[in-house]
Design a protein around this ligand. Structure first.
Ligand code: NAD
Ligand code: UD1
Length: 338
């Protein structure tokens, strides 16, 4: 009986929440992670939430010999591949590091899967593959034109996996394009723990609310949006986690499949809406100033979630207020992270 779901990068932000959703759906996650951007302490928290900690294999997804051993020794029915690097700015500074980790890592993993006869793969892609879209909501058929090495690494992997699917029968591959994942598990025991100064809005706002940082700089107040600030499709990380379970269940039920699916809410929220919701959720003020636009930022975009609903039977359920309340529970209970 093949019973593990191998979760690469499963100690990280989205991976750890997906382990919770997998366990709740009756799957057994097995984590492979080199802990370059996460902590093994997450395992105790997962044990508290799910009743048992997933096993962790500490290692690198680019290590073919390790992957061959894992597939030879463990009964793995499918892989969810989160392991990768995700800082856009770093990818511009060191593109080779990003292509090695994200593209090469995915190719080594896919080759090991092929050799082992494991052909079900759920891949973490990103809405960043759309670049600056012509229109919102963005359907999966929109043109792809990523604007930085990180985004290109995601698109390259999508293309490689599409070619692999077409090269031989039996592959079940889901390419999941996430919009902006935020929030934390409702328990407040696991959440996002960025190293150093956060680049993304929600962790920055929560650090301002908890008092670690003095104020938020809003990157631009003169965009052509209702309140002049940037608009994004924020999706609760537990909704996203459940989207992976839906994709896995769907893939496992097909003889073969190649799916490209947006995971978002279909609704755009502005920076100021997020800040105000966070103030309501935390009961704390979030001091802010309006600064210049951040280079490379798109004014507004949000996803079309129709395909996810139709094909996977999944839709995001949690509101912006829940995203902020859960982020706050995690941040205020764990001001130093894990
Ligand atoms: P994260 O950094 O919290 O998790 C990634 C995990 O992968 C970490 O635990 C890290 O230690 C591990 N890892 C990295 N390189 C590895 C390697 N070579 N071998 C083994 N483990 C490795 O990031 P996250 O936010 O959970 O993102 C997960 C995935 O989703 C990434 O592929 C990311 O690009 C993608 N994604 C994230 C977002 C987002 O906003 N968080 C948006 C779209 C897509
Ligand atoms: C960024 C990445 C994208 C990645 C996504 C993950 C860039 C250019 N894009 O997208 O590739 O997939 O994160 O969620 O980095 N903002 C502020 N002040 C801050 C931080 C952010 O005003 O201190 C604003 C931004 O200008 C933007 C919004 O908040 O309008 C969201 O920003 P962020 O969380 O960084 O996400 P994205 O820019 O959408």
């Amino acid at each position: 009986m093949k019973n593990y779901v191998l979760v690469t990068g499963g100690a990280g932000y989205i991976g750890s929440h997906t382990c919770v959703a997998l366990a709740a759906a009756g799957y057994t996650p097995l984590i492979l992670d080199n802990l370059c951007n996460s902590s093994a302490k997450v395992l105790d928290r997962l044990a508290t939430i799910s009743g048992a900690a997933p096993r962790l294999i500490e290692g690198d997804v680019r290590d073919r010999a390790l992957l061959d051993r894992v597939f030879a020794q463990e009964p793995v029915q499918a892989v969810i591949h989160f392991a990768g690097l995700k800082a856009v700015g770093d990818s511009v500074v060191d593109p080779l590091l990003y292509y090695d980790n994200n593209v090469n890592g995915s190719l080594v993993l896919a080759a090991a899967m092929r050799a082992a006869g494991v052909r079900t793969l759920i891949f973490s892609s990103s809405a960043t593959v759309y670049g600056e879209p012509d229109e919102s909501p963005i359907p999966e058929s929109a043109p792809t034109r990523p604007a930085n090495p990180y985004g290109r690494s995601k698109l390259m992997v999508e293309e490689c996996l599409g070619d692999l699917y077409r090269s031989e029968p039996g592959w079940r591959i889901a390419l999941l394009r996430y919009f902006n994942p935020v929030g934390a598990h409702e328990s407040g025991l696991i959440g996002e723990h960025p190293q150093g100064k956060p680049n993304n809005l929600m962790p920055f706002v929560s650090q301002v609310a908890v008092g670690t940082r003095p104020e938020l700089v809003v990157h631009g107040g003169d965009y052509p949006t209702p309140d002049g600030t940037g608009v994004r499709d924020y999706v609760h990380v537990m909704d996203l986690a459940e989207g992976h379970v839906a994709a896995l269940r769907h893939a496992l039920a097909q003889p073969q499949a190649l799916l490209t699916v947006n995971l978002g809410t279909g609704r755009g929220c502005s920076v100021l809406e997020v800040v105000q919701a966070f103030e309501r959720a935390s009961g704390r003020p979030v001091p802010r100033t309006i600064g210049p636009r951040r280079p490379g930022d798109v004014p507004a975009y949000w996803g079309d979630p129709a395909a996810a609903a139709e094909v996977l039977g999944w839709q995001a359920r949690r509101t912006l207020d829940q995203m902020c309340a859960d982020s706050w529970r995690w941040q205020s209970g764990n001001p130093e992270g894990y």
